[in-house]
Ligand binder design. Structure first.
Ligand code: SAH
Length: 226
């Protein structure tokens, strides 16, 4: 049984660990203060399996049940930095998973749309996001084709390659929408950012960053394949 006093103690412990995680991410090169503040605000221990709570603020990917993992904080911070999220930006995430990345985007005051193919996982994540007050619009299904009904997006963040470029918004000043996506084979991918620079089919600019290793983006929803 946990008592109110032990809850307070837990909350303090988690807060202290979260601050240390933010410092560790800063030391590893994450300099975007809004991203660091968001990571410092999201209770990651609520997004992992209870057995792993004590490791929730280590910089590692962890099991969330149903054979899925929550991304490593560094990866989330890195992708979110590349996205360059401004308040009120409309962001599409493909692969809701635990909901952690979506929560980080909410803390940055983005309007978040997220698609997850695994129905049971999404239901659980929905409950958690509601409980924590994160207003994410979610959809169960295949994210490979994006979410045309809500396009255009200021940013799209994905776990593998997909035909999403035309859903990015056109520039309305300097730059257009941004897609942050790991591109490559299953044994390693290059984090790539594609920015829409005009309205034509070739009006995209591509930059490459560090290497990561993601789970594959699988086509179809889980009811079709599992
Ligand atoms: N962003 C998540 C981690 C994602 S793990 C977090 O913060 O926890 C990748 C997720 O993408 C898994 O949950 C997987 O089920 C989902 N996924 C894989 N292929 C997909 C597809 N085609 N459409 C939607 N979701 C997909």
């Amino acid at each position: 049984m946990s008592t109110p006093a032990s809850n307070d103690h837990d909350a303090r412990t988690f807060r202290r660990r979260r601050n240390r995680l933010v410092q560790a991410l800063y030391d590893r090169g994450i300099q975007n203060q809004r991203v660091l503040d968001a990571i410092g605000a999201v209770p990651r221990h609520k997004f992992v399996e209870p057995a792993f709570r004590d490791r929730a603020y280590d910089d590692e990917a962890l099991p969330i049940g149903l054979n899925q993992t929550i991304s490593q904080p560094f990866t989330v911070a890195y992708q979110t930095s590349l996205l360059e999220v401004d308040p009120q930006d409309r962001i599409l995430e493909v692969g809701t998973g635990s909901g952690y990345q979506a929560a980080v985007l909410c803390e940055m005051e983005a309007r978040v749309f997220s698609i997850e193919r695994h129905e049971e996982l999404l239901e659980r994540t929905r409950t958690l996001l509601d409980e924590l007050g994160y207003a994410v619009r979610t959809r169960h299904g295949d994210g490979t084709n994006g979410w045309p009904a809500f396009a255009p997006f200021d940013g799209i963040v994905v776990t593998a390659a997909a035909p999403l470029l035309h859903q990015l918004r056109e520039p309305n000043g300097i730059d257009g929408g941004r897609l942050v996506i790991p591109v490559g084979k299953s044994d390693g991918q290059t984090m790539t950012r594609v920015v829409r620079t005009g309205s034509g089919p070739d009006d995209y600019q591509r930059e490459e960053f560090h290497n990561f290793r993601f789970v594959p983006l699988v086509e179809g929803d889980d009811s079709e394949s599992e």
